[in-house]
Design a protein around this ligand. Sequence first.
Ligand code: CP3
Length: 344
Amino acid sequence: MTSQKTILRALAGETLPTPPIWMMRQAGRYLPEYRATRAEAGDFLSLCYNSELAAEVTLQPIRRYGFDASILFADILLLPQALGADLWFVTGEGPRLSTITTQAEFDKLVGPNDVHDHLAPVYETVKILSRELPSETTLIGFAGAPWTVATYMIAGKGTPDQGPAHKLREENPEVFRAIIDRLTDATIEYLSMQIQAGAEVVKLFDSWAGSLKGDAFTEFALKPAKRIIAELKSRHPDTPIIAFPREAGDGYIGFAKATGADCVALDNSVSAAWAAEHVQKDGCVQGNLASRHMVTGGQDLIDETREIVKAFSNGPHIFNLGHGITPDADPENVQLMIDTVRNG
Ligand code: CP3
């Protein structure tokens, strides 16, 4: 049966005359209505765990722009929090977590099936959204990939080069492997519950995949994604999965086939022409306009948007940014991007 929703059609391998479109971090600080709702919630994490308000901010960019998909409002760091890590956000700096680098610290984490009470508000947000979204809008659930989430759990914060996680990987491979395995198992349960609650597509964000090279990329980016996707496909065979091994470079080649993903999301370090030839030949791709165009706008935005649409026009494609939109973006530039994609 062919679904009418354009994103699901592209994910099923259909080449559409106009690519469907959504945007990473489309609910976010560049929107005044997001900032108002976040203030009402109190802070970012309170917003994530307030199902009514999280659903409200998810819907805001749909009302304003009519994107073809909406992504659940939550964060990849809610899962480590559910596993037992402390989590807080420092304004202007980003996330902070209690660190896990020893066997004793690892042993305090809960099991992969013990995360659901903590994450119940997220599943409730998904349920509200599947009732309230327009019938043509696809609902995307998500989780962080094990490696990316592990980099935050090990360092206790974001790091420029993921140094602490690489160090643990080399110096204490047993504990490192245990963290990756626990995250892999818990991610399967978390995404499975999102699908049961109404997510129609799920996306796996491996934002730091690019810092894994060679065998390490295979072991800790590719294999966990493959295991998560295989298990989700066995439980929910009709739910498409988007993988985002950001900055994987050549690692993008064959990634969908090797992991079973229905689509790979591309960052903007690869050109659309290159990705059309080497990645889109295996199926749907998503991407990859540079986020900076949402700040700078103008003819550059129009030219680059057209180039990306054209480069991917011979195969299945979902238009998106190469990474999340930034808080300094101008909401009018988002409209200009959408108009350019839809009207040429
Ligand atoms: O895309 C969406 O609109 C859905 C919601 C979403 C958020 N984070 C909301 C958010 C998604 C899919 C994420 C994923 C996420 N979170 C990733 C992977 C994608 C990527 O960007 O690489 C990562 C690495 C995180 C962890 C995280 N969350 C960091 C490092 C930060 C701080 C940096 C920043 O942008 O402030 C966050 C905070 C965060 N997550 C915000 C939003 C809207 C901003 C928080 C705020 O409102 O103050």
